[in-house]
Design a protein around this ligand. Structure first.
Ligand code: PGA
Length: 258
């Protein structure tokens, strides 16, 4: 098997240091382009990114007031103030603490009774904003990006999708049991994400090691939506040592002879 490893990131760092590097890349863009369009992600991995962005706002005056924000996804069927909604996450970790203009903050409406129309509206808004300058991403254990679950087509736009059993299981403890986890979500599609001018991929912790390996060294396949990033010309990868461990082992092995 040919192994293509596109990058050798600085991975001798902690999860927190990786997140801080990702936050600094966002901050650098904002300083260059005040009205940048930034795509945001949720999840445990990203908490440290928002902590650093909030710190830079408070201590260094980092200005978010001219920027536009689009979140990747939202669960269908839970209200914005639900403790596990991505609306709530974004407010608690980020928007309540910075000077973003709320009129320029966009998150899919998971309470819409017309998810198809909501998805089309969201896609249109991103286009009208001029597309995403920089999209922050994490990766799920099953290789999902946003809620582009395994099986998602690379040409997909914002859409409503069923959540896989693995994704629902990963969310079960935070929802207080699997039966409380929504069964579907609205997510940017792979094409929506891949049209971003620049992408930051941040993954930390050993539970992500297999997904990171598949994303970087496996075939480009719908089985691992993260692998579609291999075709994007401008991705910054940030990993800690644990998330990168399996790739590091593969890199240290001799190249197989034909
Ligand atoms: P996590 O989620 O940061 O909570 O691990 C990442 C994802 O599922 O995309």
């Amino acid at each position: 098997m040919t192994m293509i490893i596109p990058i050798r990131p600085d991975v001798s760092i902690s999860a927190n240091q990786a997140a801080i590097k990702a936050a600094r890349e966002i901050a650098d863009l904002l300083r260059e382009k005040l009205n940048a369009v930034i795509g945001l992600a949720t999840g445990g991995t990203q908490v440290a990114v928002y902590r650093e962005l909030v710190r830079m706002h408070k201590e260094e005056g980092l200005d978010f007031s001219h920027a536009t924000f689009f979140n990747l996804d939202e669960f269908i069927g839970i209200p914005p103030d639900h403790p596990q909604s991505f609306h709530r996450y974004m407010n608690e970790h980020f928007f309540n603490h910075v000077n973003a203009n709320r009129r320029h903050v966009h998150i899919p409406n998971g309470m819409s009774n017309q998810p198809l129309a909501e998805s089309a509206r969201y896609e249109r808004m991103i286009k009208e904003a001029g597309g995403i300058d920089l999209q922050l991403l994490g990766i799920g254990r099953n290789g999902h990006i946003g809620f582009c679950e395994p099986g998602t087509f690379p040409n997909s736009k914002t859409h409503a999708t069923a959540l896989t059993p693995e994704t629902r299981k990963d969310a079960a403890s935070s929802f207080g049991g699997l039966r409380h986890v929504p069964k579907s979500a609205i997510t940017m599609g792979m094409a929506t994400i891949l049209r971003s001018k620049r992408i930051i991929m941040l993954a930390t912790g050993k539970t992500k090691a297999k997904a990171v390996e598949a994303m970087l060294t496996g075939p480009v396949t719908r089985d691992c939506p993260g692998s579609f990033l291999q075709g994007h010309p401008n991705v910054s990868y940030y990993f800690d040592q644990s998330a990168y461990a399996r790739v590091a082992i593969a890199q240290s092995m001799p190249t197989p002879q034909p």
